[in-house]
Design a protein around this ligand. Structure first.
Ligand SMILES: [Zn+2]
Length: 325
């Protein structure tokens, strides 16, 4: 089975278990929780943290449901292609003027989270790459969130799912708000971004194997989508067996959606593609301001030729990324 992408995994279907399929349905809405803020507000008390988490989850559930109640009152004629042409599951069974609740119930409503690493630092002083106890607590937190989603799904017969939010705009926005509120806190609010969902911080040195081992258990819990990526420093086309080893190890470890990031440069003058330092290996020309080499990097879901169009938080994150040996 294929996911649509790291942020849209649509598989289970509590509303109609005969239609646990990726086709003809999708994610209706998602809302992300600022976990580090709850970690800071808990002031060292796990009880307080979990009670804040429950309160925030209830708020998100209510908001998602409220939005669903508005969406479901639309009619087939509002969606002449998706519903009128029978693209969405069961839409072919509805008349032009009928409301679309029966179709939308196949979709998912997702609760997301950002910054598990910063949350763990706030609660224990160490993130889950630094301490096995923090990893246990991290799994306990995410398991709790998943349990709440499953319970809510049962009660309302709607697909509430848990999302490992990739966070592009949010990554910088939440941390900026929290820095204004709480000041700069070491490895909590002092970076320009909050760490993607359950990831090990990008600046923390771990091997590819350790990163996969630490992040894989969270994939089983985040049923709305997730990603784990490994940063390589060289050109994987020159080392196929290492590339294959990483892919196979991801698969054996339970990584649902994985990616290998590696630099890929292009000289627009001679067309050379590969890793280029300051001199092109083919034509020998040095990089110049008037004709720079194109540097393709993977930031979140997209391959980009330049970092300029990304927001400051994501650019700061890319600058702090370490390679995984
Ligand atoms: Zn060249």
């Amino acid at each position: 089975m294929a996911y649509m992408g790291c942020r849209t995994r649509v598989m289970g279907n509590i509303y109609d278990p005969r239609k646990e399929t990726t086709k003809g349905r999708g994610n209706l809405s998602f809302t992300s929780i600022n976990l580090p803020r709850l970690g800071i507000e808990a002031r060292g008390s796990l009880d307080r943290f979990f009670s804040l988490l429950d309160k925030n989850m209830d708020l998100v559930f209510r908001q998602l449901r409220h939005r669903f109640e508005i969406q479901k009152r639309k009619s087939v004629h509002n969606y002449p292609f998706l519903m009128g042409e029978g693209i969405w599951l069961d839409s072919e069974t509805l008349g032009k003027d009928e409301e679309i609740e029966r179709v939308l119930r196949h979709g998912t409503l997702s609760v997301g989270f950002i910054g598990l690493a910063e949350t763990l630092v706030a609660l224990t002083g160490k993130h889950h790459g630094e301490s096995p106890e923090s990893q246990r607590l991290g799994l306990r937190i995410v398991q709790h969130m998943r349990d709440r989603c499953d319970e809510r799904s049962q009660n309302e017969q709607l697909n509430y799912t848990l999302l490992a939010t990739p966070a592009e705009g949010l990554s910088g926005r939440f941390v900026q708000m929290d820095r204004e509120l709480y000041g700069s806190m070491e490895n909590i609010t002092n970076h320009a971004y909050y760490t993607n969902s359950f990831h090990i911080p990008v600046y923390y040195k771990v091997t590819a194997r350790q990163k996969i081992d630490l992040e894989a258990p969270y994939h089983a819990l985040t049923n709305a989508g997730h990603i784990t990526y490994i940063e390589l420093d060289g050109d994987p086309s020159l080392n196929h067996s290492v590339f294959e080893d990483i892919v196979l190890y991801m698969k054996e470890s339970g990584i649902g959606y994985g990616s290998i990031n590696h630099p890929l440069d292009r000289d627009p003058t001679c067309g050379y593609i590969g890793v280029i330092g300051t001199v092109c290996p083919r034509c020998g020309r040095e990089e110049s301001r008037s004709e720079p080499f194109e540097r393709i990097r993977r930031i979140t879901g997209y391959l980009v030729g330049t970092l300029e169009r990304f927001n400051n938080a994501k650019r700061a994150e890319v600058a702090e990324r370490v390679k995984h040996g």
